[in-house]
Design a protein around this ligand. Structure first.
Ligand code: XIL
Length: 542
């Protein structure tokens, strides 16, 4: 026994030396602010915001960096990482953060700014992740950032800010001072990158007699050399963008379309023989500001006529461009209220307030006109567990059908959690819509390990992952049954590939790490994956 221990110790020692000797990790930022200078950190806000080294508040050593005089959420310290972004490079980031005024817990956001080889192109901003700190306590924060595959990018900066709010909505709590210390950013040795698990069954093949299985991705993930792409190519046969097909990205200014991010996904999908969806054409969220503004006087709302024109042009520009290439469209997304009826301006939906309910009919008609063969979907969340909302969707779709509005399918987003809704509720929902003669497709499935926003951050333990696997398995068994009955369309889309990329890590609670998908952050299969491909491999699955 003893000898075995010794042998292991020696082995670890030797491997340790080997890893150390070969490690090509590079420390890019190592700021403890002990030498009294800003060490390359600068204020993002050009005028008001200030940075200084202070000694009264610090994490390690004798000083820290104080960020003060902030007047915008995005005011915070920024530091350059590189002039020459290299796709798939991973930067690991760790730091300590502190604040003493404001709410008991405060959210901070770690973000990336990128410049482009074409220096005249506006810089891009990306919120990587958010995290929670406690008032009056130093909180450690760690994350990783993987450089995307955009061939036009040039430099990268990192910065810390508060969750974004438009300038006119900024509250005193958004302007608080904060302190940072012991910031370390390391560019990882490529050998330390996670590797997509290899010798496992192919997920889509397992279900191919019933439906294709898709994934939501970002343009940055569909780089042939990336490990995410290995997972995509092996397991998925449908692609959709998690964000890159939304109007704020596609039409940032009126009449000026930026196809590049969506098209990286479309190209990748076509090159790898995947089917494609577009999400969404019409939504109340992630729109450019100009959309609802009067052109001559942006302080005024756009007129009904002009907005109708903008809507029609947008739908038809996209659908004509991708005719015969994109099969399925979320024509309208989340048109129902969380309380009653259609979603109005009070829940963020300016479409309804300006155009009235007929914008839904028009959107579908204009879509059909632009591409007669595409599948036209009305996409919604929370229909399964909410009888009121489900019934309202039924009434809405029935009305559309009665008026001969061309709707082909109801999309159930299926952002569900580990307990609810029940399989029975999902069954009733699918069968209800099938009774109207429309198909049901699953458009954004994920399964949170949390059941309420008030639940504290927790580890995804083996027991939780087993429970999750059981539920994925049970729900897919239902989907198979509904497919046999002819009620289901032929696509089930999962909202992401590996847990580290999931939006649920920041929604509904910023920085609360979740584990809703089929692969873990190291790109290894989770019990949920096995629940779908070979349940016998997971002990305890029924
Ligand atoms: C989410 C994305 O996944 C996030 O990255 C983004 O910050 C917000 O939007 N319903 C939808 C999707 O229809 O568009 C949303 O996607 C998730 C909820």
């Amino acid at each position: 026994m003893k000898r075995l221990h010794m042998a292991f110790a020696l082995l670890f020692f030797i491997t340790g030396i080997a890893v150390y000797a070969q490690s090509a990790s590079v420390t890019v930022v190592d700021s403890n602010f002990e030498n009294g200078n800003l060490d390359g950190w600068a204020p993002r806000g050009d005028r008001e915001e200030k940075l200084e080294i202070v000694k009264d508040i610090k994490h390690g050593g004798t000083s820290s960096l104080h960020v003060f005089n902030r007047s915008k959420t995005w005011h915070g310290p920024i530091h350059k990482l590189t002039d020459n972004a290299v796709a798939d490079d991973i930067y690991s980031v760790s730091l300590w953060i502190y604040y003493k005024d404001g709410p008991a817990t405060g959210a901070f956001t770690f973000s990336i700014e990128r410049s482009f080889k074409d220096a005249s192109k506006a810089h891009a901003y990306q919120n990587v992740t958010s995290f929670q700190a406690k008032k009056g306590e130093w909180t450690e924060f760690k994350t990783e950032y993987t450089v995307g595959a955009d061939p036009t990018q040039a430099g990268i900066w990192v910065y810390f800010e508060l969750p974004y709010k438009e300038d006119n909505l900024v509250q005193p709590n958004d302007k608080i001072d904060f302190w940072v210390d012991d910031i370390r950013i390391v560019k990882l040795d490529p050998a330390l990158r996670p590797k997509a698990e290899q010798n496992i069954p192919n997920l889509s093949e397992k279900w191919q007699n019933y439906f294709d299985i898709g994934a939501a991705v970002s343009a940055d993930e569909v780089n042939f050399s990336s490990q995410q792409a290995q997972l995509l190519m092996k397991h998925f046969t449908v692609l959709v963008a998690g964000n890159d097909m939304k109007m704020e990205t596609v039409q940032p200014r009126e009449g000026s379309f930026d196809w590049a991010p969506a098209e990286r996904i479309i190209d990748f999908g076509e090159m790898t023989g995947m089917r494609l969806r577009w999400h969404p054409l019409v939504w109340h969220s992630q729109n450019p500001a100009w959309l609802f503004q009067d052109k001559a006087n942006p302080a005024r709302a756009v007129s009904k006529d002009v907005l109708n024109q903008r809507l029609k042009t947008y739908i038809q520009t996209i659908m004509r461009r991708y005719r015969n290439r994109i099969e399925s469209y979320d024509v309208v997304n989340e048109v129902l209220s969380d309380t009653a009826g259609l979603r109005t301006g009070s829940e963020g939906n300016k479409w309804l307030d300006i155009l009235g309910p007929e914008y839904i009919d028009n959107a579908f008609r204009w879509a059909r006109e632009a591409d007669p063969k595409a599948q036209l979907v009305i996409n919604e969340y929370g229909l399964e567990g909410d009888a009121r909302k489900r019934q309202e969707m039924y009434n809405l779709v029935k009305g559309l059908k009665d008026r001969k509005v061309p709707v082909d399918a109801v999309g159930l987003q299926m952002h569900i959690d580990i307990k609810t809704p029940t399989v029975q509720q999902i069954r009733e929902t699918i069968e209800l819509f099938a009774g109207l003669g429309v198909k049901v497709i699953i458009t954004e499935m994920d399964m949170s390990i949390y059941t309420s926003p008030s639940e504290a951050k927790k580890e995804a333990t083996a027991a939780i992952l087993l429970e999750q696997a059981q539920r994925y398995k049970d729900i897919f068994a239902l989907l198979q049954e509904e497919s046999r009955k002819g009620n289901l369309g032929d696509m089930v889309v999962i909202w992401g590939t590996s847990d580290n990329t999931s939006w649920k890590n920041n929604f509904p609670v910023p920085g609360r790490t979740d584990a809703p998908l089929l692969f873990d952050p190291r790109l290894q299969s989770k019990p949920a994956f096995w629940g779908l491909v070979d349940p016998g491999k997971v002990r305890g699955l029924r």
